[in-house]
Design a protein around this ligand. Structure first.
Ligand SMILES: Cc1cc2nc3c(=O)[nH]c(=O)nc-3n(C[C@H](O)[C@H](O)[C@H](O)COP(=O)(O)OP(=O)(O)OC[C@H]3O[C@@H](n4cnc5c(N)ncnc54)[C@H](O)[C@@H]3O)c2cc1C
Length: 430
């Protein structure tokens, strides 16, 4: 858990009823609550732990269009517009800077992937451009890497997750949303074939509609309702250095490291080429859906069988609303960072940019990512359960698009014209 996470002072009182209940206080739930409150729609957000305690404070803070699937770019473009407006909209800073994102290729094969992505988004008016070694040396001086090339999008950016999401939550409260922390939602109440409320660990709230924005927990919540959402977990380890001088303000992703400046002067670094992939029962149940991804991404995964398997197995997959749910057993998913991966990231980065050779680590953490078979989220109404909308499965890239995803979910709930065409995010495609 990062030490930087700001806490949010929220309500303790459970109302008897409201119009919309949001399950989950990550960036998606919080920005949906903000958008609904701004429309004067009564909304209560329930978070089992604390606001942004899981993925939404642990991520790298990259806000990118680069390397997104072409169908996912309009959401990222809408998010760029929203990020730029957020400080004025909420009266608080969120650390947003449009300082650019660059990905580097070591081999011709990696460069070909960037070229092919660049072609795939040719019609989308992006400012992305391919880079030569000389361009890279000019934009990020002091390097020793021998690069085949790279890709750069100046209008990409970053924000500070541990500050941004609590700030947006505080603004949502000011605008009339009620946020309640340490309150897990166990299940839904149904009446006349549609949602009529939620059952929480502290009692029931009646409502017309529910938005599930439960991150890595959404699969389990829906599974208990008989709805199969395929997601699998991956764990990403991160470190933050003490304040230091670095080569650039641009966020840079190499094949086996990434770095970006933190607003307090240090750098946020990760081993971009490796993620921990703890085997769980879900791998046996839905793993076959990921065979295509596995073929291309096997080398990125540290597949491991261990304590995560048994911890996950001990959590119920079916329960009654009257009994304790898994969401009360694990208030905050707080996986251990992998010190070897963090050290590798620092070593690989120091070899490429020696300015990092003397970096010292201020803190390290990890986060558990929810990945769908096509690495895109679901933002949709669930036909089998009228009154239930989900916005989940952001597959490791939902912070940047978060404000637009939350807005889109709020649009679907409110029944107004959506901020972008939601077709790429249909549940049925999975
Ligand atoms: C290490 C790491 C690096 C990343 N880097 C980036 C990046 O640079 N850029 C980017 O765009 N994305 C990045 N991501 C991904 C990004 O963080 C996520 O896609 C995004 O935060 C997802 O937001 P969310 O609101 O869907 O989920 P979360 O932030 O996980 O929030 C879900 C919340 O729901 C709560 N909840 C679940 N079930 C219940 C229940 N039944 N009752 C009450 N509460 C419940 C949980 O406690 C949790 O707080 C990264 C992720 C990680 C872990």
């Amino acid at each position: 858990m990062t030490k930087m996470l700001e806490s949010v002072i929220s309500s303790n009182e459970l109302p008897e009823s409201t119009e919309v209940v949001i399950i989950g206080g990550g960036i998606v739930g919080v920005t949906a609550a903000l958008a609904l409150a701004e429309r004067n729609i009564p909304v209560v957000l329930l978070e089992k732990g604390h606001i942004a305690g899981e993925q939404s404070s642990r991520n790298l803070g990259w806000i990118r269009k680069t390397s997104r699937h072409a169908a996912d770019v309009p959401l990222a473009q809408a998010a760029d517009r929203l990020w730029a407006e957020i400080p004025q909209r909420i009266g608080r800073e969120v650390g947003y800077r449009q300082a650019g994102i660059m990905f580097l290729a070591k081999t011709q094969e990696q460069l070909a992937m960037h070229e092919s992505w660049h072609q795939s988004v040719a019609d989308l008016q992006l400012d992305s451009r391919l880079l030569s070694q000389a361009d890279i040396d000019r934009l990020v001086p002091g390097g020793r890497g021998n690069w085949a090339g790279g890709i750069y999008t100046p209008s990409d950016g970053r924000a500070e997750p541990a500050i941004a999401v609590p700030a947006m939550a505080a603004a949502a409260i000011e605008k009339g949303a009620r946020l309640i922390q340490q309150c897990a939602v166990r299940s839904l109440s149904m009446a006349a074939g549609k949602v009529s409320g939620v059952v929480t660990e502290r009692g029931e709230i009646r409502c017309q509609q529910v938005l599930l924005a439960g991150g890595a927990w959404s699969r389990r919540f829906l599974g208990n309702l008989g709805v199969a959402l395929p997601t699998l977990p991956l764990i990403c380890s991160v470190l933050r250095t003490k304040p230091m001088d670095g080569p650039t303000d641009i966020a840079v992703g190499g094949p086996d490291f990434s770095f970006r400046k933190h607003q307090h002067g240090g750098f946020i670094i990760t081993q971009r080429g490796k993620l921990d992939a703890p085997i769980t029962l879900d791998h046996l149940l839905v793993g076959w859906r990921y065979l295509d991804q596995l073929k291309t991404q096997r080398s990125f995964l540290n597949i491991g069988f261990g304590k995560h398997f048994f911890r996950d197995l001990a959590l119920a997959r079916r329960w009654q609303p009257s009994s304790q749910s898994p969401f009360e057993q694990i208030r905050t998913m707080d996986p251990q960072p992998n010190p070897q991966l963090n050290q590798d990231a620092l070593n690989n980065l120091s070899a490429a940019w020696p300015a990092f050779a003397n970096a010292s680590i201020e803190e390290a953490w990890a986060g558990l990512i929810d990945v769908t078979p096509d690495s895109n989220p679901v933002i949709d109404q669930i036909k089998a359960i009228p009154g239930l909308t989900v916005a989940t499965g952001f597959s490791g890239h939902g912070f940047g698009t978060g404000p637009a995803a939350g807005q889109l979910a709020a649009d679907l709930v409110a029944g107004v014209s959506p901020i972008i065409d939601p077709a790429p995010y249909r549940f049925e495609r999975l």
